[in-house]
Design a protein around this ligand. Structure first.
Ligand SMILES: NC(=O)c1ccc[n+]([C@@H]2O[C@H](COP(=O)([O-])OP(=O)(O)OC[C@H]3O[C@@H](n4cnc5c(N)ncnc54)[C@H](O)[C@@H]3O)[C@@H](O)[C@H]2O)c1
Length: 332
């Protein structure tokens, strides 16, 4: 008996990396899976239908149930069709996993409109589009839908790690986390739970060249293997899971409940408006946090940092180097 027996799941970006691992894991747990993937390069260029088809075939070859869908989550009509595909193939839709994303990093001064739009269209608009059509399907279900689940995909970038060159990606991922809580509240009455998984340092084509990424573990638990987020995602997708509106990060075997943008230290006065001079004085007493310190802390792997940075100027040098490398990679 699997944890997802009888569940029908649409998983976007399921032709490679984390999504492909999710699709296979879900199928092994008894789900019927729509394997969606447009088959793009990491930066979103190109199309390859064989990517989704190969994963769907590997599932059916292993005795599971799956169909391929080769639409783009960023295309509103395609998003509608992938929901319809699940219903046509398997008679129902219980779970949506919004996993598709692309990355194209550039510093703000180099970032052109197309590169901004491409990343935000897949990661942010794509999550909205697929969830929108699934929610409309569930709203119109008769008898009313019960125990439905959406699992979104965020990233430490946008939530925790301030990584240079990620204007588009960080904004998309922070937006996905924000959407998660909004949708959890809006869809509660329709018995749809909405949660978000935030992977970190999972070995896929997006991260395999990141300095510090450990080599695969041949036998036993691989803490950076593509399947590392699958058990949590399956739990969030399973019937009876009580969680909704949560963002959970996964790094190896550690699962952390994230509370993005929590209330921090504060100052207050209620008798009259603040003056600028008072704010200057009072805010200087608070621990306001330091994005450079946050970056230094997140460098292990994420940007190829080599441990402790002696000074802010050394960190700034490293940032300039990252920006220049992104510019060169984009030009090439
Ligand atoms: N790998 C990590 O460490 C890591 C860290 C943080 C977040 N994430 C997130 O996890 C998710 C999966 O990432 P991954 O590392 O497996 O990446 P990946 O590039 O290996 O897989 C992403 C898949 O999405 C597909 N795709 C791209 N555009 C699409 C579109 N418009 N419609 C449908 N499919 C499309 C691609 O073809 C690709 O197969 C992403 O949301 C990513 O942002 C990954």
């Amino acid at each position: 008996m699997g944890s997802l027996d009888g569940r029908v799941a649409l998983i976007t970006g399921a032709g490679r990396g984390i999504g492909a691992a999710l699709a296979r894991y879900f199928a092994r747990e008894g789900a019927k899976v729509v394997v969606n993937d447009l088959g793009t390069a990491p930066n979103g260029s190109g199309v390859d239908a064989s990517v989704a088809e190969a994963v769907a075939r590997s599932i059916t070859d292993a005795g599971g149930e799956a169909v391929a869908d080769t639409g783009s989550v960023a295309d509103f009509g395609d998003a509608r069709r992938m929901v319809a595909t699940a219903v046509e193939a398997f008679g129902e839709l219980h779970v949506v996993v919004n996993n598709a994303a692309v990355e194209a990093g550039l510093g703000l001064v180099d970032l052109d409109e197309d590169t901004f739009d491409r990343v935000v269209d897949v990661g942010l608009k794509g999550t909205y589009a697929v969830s929108h059509w699934a929610a409309r399907y569930w709203r119109d279900s008769a008898p009313p839908a019960v125990d439905r689940a959406i699992v979104n995909t965020a990233s430490g970038s946008g939530l925790l790690n301030p990584l240079p060159t990620q204007t588009n990606y960080a904004a998309a991922k922070a937006g996905v986390a924000a959407m998660t809580t909004v949708h959890a509240l809006e869809l509660g009455r329709m018995a749809v739970r909405v949660n978000c998984v935030s992977p970190s340092m999972v070995r896929t084509r997006l991260t395999e060249h990141v300095p510090g990424m450990p080599a695969p573990v041949a036998d036993g638990f691989d803490p950076t293997g593509p399947e590392v987020t699958a058990p949590l995602t399956a739990y969030l997708a399973s019937a009876g899971c009580p969680l909704t509106g949560q963002v959970l990060s996964v790094r190896g075997g550690t699962i952390t409940l994230n509370r993005p943008w929590p209330h921090g230290p504060h100052v207050e006065r209620h008798d009259r408006p603040w003056t600028v001079a008072e704010l200057e004085r009072e805010l200087s007493t608070l621990d306001v946090g330091d994005p450079y310190a946050d970056l230094a802390a997140s460098l292990q792997g994420a940007l190829g940092g080599k441990g402790a940075f002696a000074s802010r100027s050394a960190l700034q040098d490293m940032i300039e180097d990252v920006l220049a490398r992104a510019r060169a990679a984009h030009a090439g």
